[in-house]
Design a protein around this ligand. Structure first.
Ligand SMILES: Cc1cc2nc3c(=O)[nH]c(=O)nc-3n(C[C@H](O)[C@H](O)[C@H](O)COP(=O)(O)OP(=O)(O)OC[C@H]3O[C@@H](n4cnc5c(N)ncnc54)[C@H](O)[C@@H]3O)c2cc1C
Length: 396
């Protein structure tokens, strides 16, 4: 048995003391005094019923602890305590208890931005690690269709998963873990794989309590084939959500520069839906550089064709299109030197890079060259953007 527990907490700094959570909780785990509204760890069963009615998001906070904070301790708080760092010798136990392997995968995928980059300052608070392997969220497939041309070599699928009564709160840019059924050669359960959420926080269908994933079928890939073969009505085990840094800024003035290849477009579909639904009149630039081998292999090409230029500026580039010069995202970025330079120098600009491992190198070289032409050192500019939560990479 793990010595750790995941404790549900309410942020006293944000809570407006409306007591909606207390009224919603079906097992009376939430209570209050004159100061704070608090969750009793000895009663809470993680049903999540209280999460969505909360008008502020203050309800959605979690800490991994050895000993739960008492009600009396929580009544004293003006703000939430930091997550405690656990000693090395506890790490494997912690990993087993909370699927830390998935968090390690995320950290590795984000290493192109230099490790622990903070989230954009205006991003909403992400919930992470709510569902683990031993108690996954059960989703039901609502739809599964191909978003690359039928004749193309790349089979990429848009998979919609309904969450029924389960509260599985996600933000644009987060990932979920999928546990493919079955066991490995050593008899242990198959490892989970991570997939970016390609819908926005309010669902694939607005308020439909569902999410979408964008999955590329890999030859002989275990989980991608499992997911791509799912049909409506099939159940799928979801763990997570994961990731609390690669998040969309919640600021209509933010310039968002999105650079991706292949299924790296998945989080940006979520960003685009969010911008379309929540900030239709946003002032900030919203620009996509999206690379694929051919138009037929570019996920969501048809859907992108229907988006107005007032919402999203699209740069779709192809490296193997017949009768056309090879072009990669970094080539198009270089062509747009003055625009990119202006963006990079603007304190409202956030750069997000997502896709195949190694793509950040070409992009980095292009940005270095652009900056050099303008007497700017990209490496130090990048470092300051990264430290301010404005430069993010997710490659795998
Ligand atoms: C942060 C993050 C986000 C991600 N987001 C997405 C996303 O949005 N969409 C997406 O599609 N993927 C995404 N991935 C990748 C995803 O997690 C999986 O790695 C991917 O789907 C491959 O998993 P698999 O189980 O199908 O392949 P695995 O079974 O793990 O195989 C891995 C590779 O080995 C090859 N292979 C396996 N068995 C054999 C064999 N016997 N002979 C030869 N080759 C073999 C497969 O072709 C495959 O390329 C993400 C990864 C990370 C880390």
């Amino acid at each position: 048995m793990s010595e750790f527990i995941r404790q549900h907490l309410i942020d006293p700094e944000i809570c407006i003391r409306c007591y909606t959570c207390e009224e919603t909780c079906p097992i009376d785990a939430i209570t209050h005094n004159d100061d704070n509204v608090v969750v009793d760890a000895s009663i809470c069963n993680y049903c999540m019923d209280c999460i969505s009615p909360c008008p502020t998001g203050s309800i959605d906070h979690w800490r991994v602890v050895r000993t739960a904070w008492s009600l009396e301790e929580q009544y004293e708080w003006d703000d939430l305590p930091e997550q405690e760092e656990f000693a090395e010798d506890s790490a494997s136990e912690l990993a087993e208890a909370f699927d830390d392997a998935a968090n390690a995968l995320i950290a590795e995928a984000h290493s192109g931005a230099g490790g622990r980059t903070p989230a954009p300052i205006s991003a909403a608070q992400a919930s992470v690690n709510l569902f683990g392997r031993s108690s996954p969220g059960i989703g039901t497939v609502q739809g599964n269709y191909r978003v690359t041309e039928a004749e193309s070599e790349s089979d990429v699928r848009h998979i919609i998963i309904g969450l029924g009564q389960t509260s599985f709160p996600v933000l644009e840019g987060q990932t979920v873990g999928v546990a493919p059924p079955g066991v490995k050669a050593d008899g242990k359960a198959n490892d989970i794989r991570l997939y970016s959420i390609s819908s926005s926080r309010d669902g694939e269908k607005r308020n439909g309590n569902n999410i979408s994933l964008t999955v590329k079928r890999e030859t002989q890939g275990l989980c991608s084939n499992y997911l791509c073969d799912l049909v409506a009505g099939d159940q799928v085990e979801l763990v997570g959500p994961f990731g609390n840094t690669f998040l969309m800024p919640n600021d209509p003035n933010a310039n968002i520069l999105m650079i991706c290849t292949g299924t790296g477009s998945a989080p940006f579909r979520g960003f685009t839906e969010r911008r379309r639904r929540a900030m239709p009149g946003a002032n900030g630039e919203f620009v996509l550089y999206f690379g694929a081998r051919t138009p037929g292999e570019l996920p969501y090409a048809k859907q992108l064709g229907k988006l107005p230029a007032t919402l999203l500026t699209q740069n779709l580039v192809y490296s193997r299109e017949e009768n056309q010069a090879q072009e990669y995202v970094q080539d198009r970025i270089q062509q747009h030197e003055s625009f990119i330079q202006k963006m990079l120098m603007d304190e409202n600009t956030h750069v997000f890079i997502c896709g195949v491992k190694g793509m950040e190198k070409g992009v980095d070289e292009a940005l270095t060259e652009i900056c050099e032409h303008n007497s700017v050192d990209w490496q130090s500019q990048k470092a300051s953007m990264r430290d301010a939560g404005r430069f993010h990479v997710e490659t795998y």
